[in-house]
Design a protein. Structure first.
Length: 371
């Protein structure tokens, strides 16, 4: 986008006024030359080093641009101008357009956050988490409840357990043309899953800095899964250390503030922790969410995954759980996992319920881009 500037400076030959000049100034503050003012220019680029100036700029861009553009501008401001530290100011946090990327930045700063800012930061994170939960929770519960209930067929299902498509197909010979209906002499439905075959789901999540969006989504999904009585969910996050956040799953915000974004990666160590806590391999699904850049022992990771699969564990690897497009990940490591029969593919949050439902039913996964 080219808005203008004088002929000597920007070469457009157009001078701006009113709203156009204000929009141009807001963009120049972020993308303009902050090192050397050009001759003939009376405008200056940059946001300054104070929270009040940034708050004014945030108000400007919210006035001039739609929310998706505002979020991009905020992200660029944090990256280009080093405004991460200013997010520790409560008045600035109250002015930002909250999204998953901002949550990731806040989590990376959480250990340097003063108490005066912490509650404001939690409120910002909660807004994002609540929005994600509204979008994803119902779909997840529907998909997984259906998968868990499709255990055994029964000819005497309760009304809510009737499989109407199969019931109609089984009774087509009883179609009454005069009434335009099928008489269902035989019902086909699903028996309720027994307690003894309750599935175990282990989410093993890499909390290195590049995985911030995936950590946010995994925390929300972990809380939703934990609310389903028919599954038992464990959430493990790791860098070079391992943290079990299962006892915080009733509140994904607590989960997120229990993470520590950044640092190294030891996948083998994290999987060793998970493996030691698997008591029913045939009923267990392990979902490794990691970019697979192993700082530990790659051969040890592969041996551990092979051992879990041999014991009956269903294993899935997601290099990303986010809407950010094709992720960067260790493709050589991904290929080695694929040779062990482990599906490796990036997954958007909208597809995750379908992936988990397929894993629970032990059917082929909906893999959009197989590694």
């Amino acid at each position: 986008m080219v808005l203008g500037g004088d002929a000597g400076a920007d070469g457009t030959g157009w001078a701006l006024s009113g709203r156009d000049a204000a929009v141009d100034g807001a963009l120049a503050a972020l993308y303009g030359d902050r090192e050397a003012p050009r001759p003939g220019r009376d405008r200056t680029a940059g946001l300054g080093a104070s929270a009040p100036s940034v708050v004014r700029w945030l108000g400007d861009i919210r006035t001039y641009f739609p929310s998706p553009v505002v979020r991009v501008l905020q992200r660029d401001a944090i990256d280009r101008l080093g405004l991460g530290a200013l997010l520790l100011e409560p008045e600035l946090l109250e002015a930002v357009e909250a999204d998953v990327h901002l949550v990731g930045t806040l989590l990376s700063l959480s250990r340097a956050m003063p108490e005066t800012t912490r509650e404001t930061a939690r409120a910002v994170v909660r807004r994002v988490v609540d929005d994600l939960a509204k979008r994803l929770a119902a779909r997840t519960r529907t998909a997984l409840t259906g998968a868990l209930d499709r255990g055994a067929r029964t000819a005497r299902p309760r009304h809510r357990d009737i499989d109407w498509n199969r019931t109609i197909a089984a009774n087509l010979r009883h179609y009454l043309p005069g009434h335009g209906t099928v008489v269902p002499e035989r019902l086909v439905g699903h028996a309720r899953a027994a307690r003894s075959v309750r599935k175990e789901i282990v989410l093993c999540v890499d909390q290195s800095g590049s995985m911030a969006a995936s950590v946010v989504h995994a925390s929300v999904f972990g809380a939703v899964l934990a609310s389903l009585r028919a599954v038992r969910t464990r959430l493990v996050v790791f860098d070079t250390q391992v943290a079990d956040l299962t006892d915080r799953l009733d509140d994904p915000v607590d989960v997120l503030f229990g993470t520590r974004l950044g640092g190294g990666t030891d996948i083998n160590r994290a999987l060793a922790y998970c493996q030691d806590r698997i008591t029913r391999p045939a009923e267990t699904i392990v979902v490794l969410i990691s970019d697979l850049y192993e700082g530990g022992t790659r051969d040890g990771t592969l041996r551990r995954v092979a051992a879990m699969r041999a014991a009956g564990v269903r294993f899935v690897t997601l290099p990303a759980l986010s809407d950010e497009g094709t992720p960067a990940y260790d493709r050589e490591h991904a290929a080695a996992l694929a040779e062990l029969g482990v599906p490796v593919f990036a997954c958007t949050p909208d597809r995750f319920p379908e992936v988990m439902a397929a894993a629970i039913e032990d059917r082929p996964l909906p893999v959009p881009n197989r590694t």
